[in-house]
Design a protein around this ligand. Sequence first.
Ligand code: SF4
Length: 363
Amino acid sequence: MEQNELHIMYGNDIGNMTYELLEKLDIARSLRPDMRIALKPNFVVAKDASSGATTHPEIAEAVLRYLRAHGMEHISIMEGSWVGDQTKRAFQVCGYEKLSEKYHVPLYDLKDDKFVERQVGDLKLRICEKPLLETDYLIDLPVLKAHCQTGMTCAMKNLKGCLPDVEKRRLHELGLSKPIAYLAKVLRPQLILVDAICGDLTFEEGGNPVRMDRIIAGVDPVLVDTYGASLLGFAPEDVAYIKIAETIGVGSTDIASADIHEYNAQARKKIRFVPSDRAQRLAKDVLAENACSACYGSLIHALQRIQESGGHCSNQKIYIGQGFRGKSGDGAGIGSCTCGFRKSLAGCPPTAKAMVEFLRENS
Ligand code: SF4
């Protein structure tokens, strides 16, 4: 597949449409039996793919079937869930333990992996060894969905799961967008298959799936993300890491010049997928500075739960994030980073349940 190509398969027979797409692209042409091939799904949290948060196991299974049918032996599945969740639980809940047994492929929890440092421009990034040094052919299997800090997440942001937890936290200290783009410069998938079946267009961690019924294939992560962003109504400049990645030469945002192939187009739904601004509305009193995704996402869920139960938080400000370390204040602080605040909820990250109780007691 060329850099400027995008291939979109429509439908809802997830396994068969993935397999058909791989055959059309003749992926086997780029493979050798001695290659170490790794699948990198998105298990940000341990939730079934129908929630809109995680990669459908049918997609991974079709890839495994295809690879086995073409004589590939050295295949693994690797992922590291977000800080605060357990990858191993996600492997089980998301149906990948069964795949591992059926196709005899190991599952690697990257939270247990060693890491190496790589200098990318003026940033030094710590990256897990398995995807970076022990993989010849990386297949990125992101979910196209919303993200309450970056707007959307797709091919590039999915690679954040290839960082140790300590580095995931630091990415937020660094402002998230720049390090996501810089990571894509050094950790480059050979194939991207986007699960755009039913991503959550409100939160990264699922619960509000929207049917899109398509799988998108490409090799340029910037082009793939630009196309995904366009489906959600974003221009490339609306998603900071896409523009940064283009600026440092990761790929192109030039959708107009892309060579786009569509298959089974009669199944294409004639609807526009608009990410909801619900997360932004819930966060109107939240002051976030370099908050980790798990912490921030749980807070949004906690606020949603309070709102759904008919409660409300007073208009006091809620502080969250690593930017509040060593600071003090009178508002409600979420997480250990805000331990200097008069009212602060301990935990790194605290659970959404603890946040609900804390905010109810302190508002
Ligand atoms: S308490 Fe601070 S470091 Fe811990 S998860 Fe929350 S924002 Fe990140």
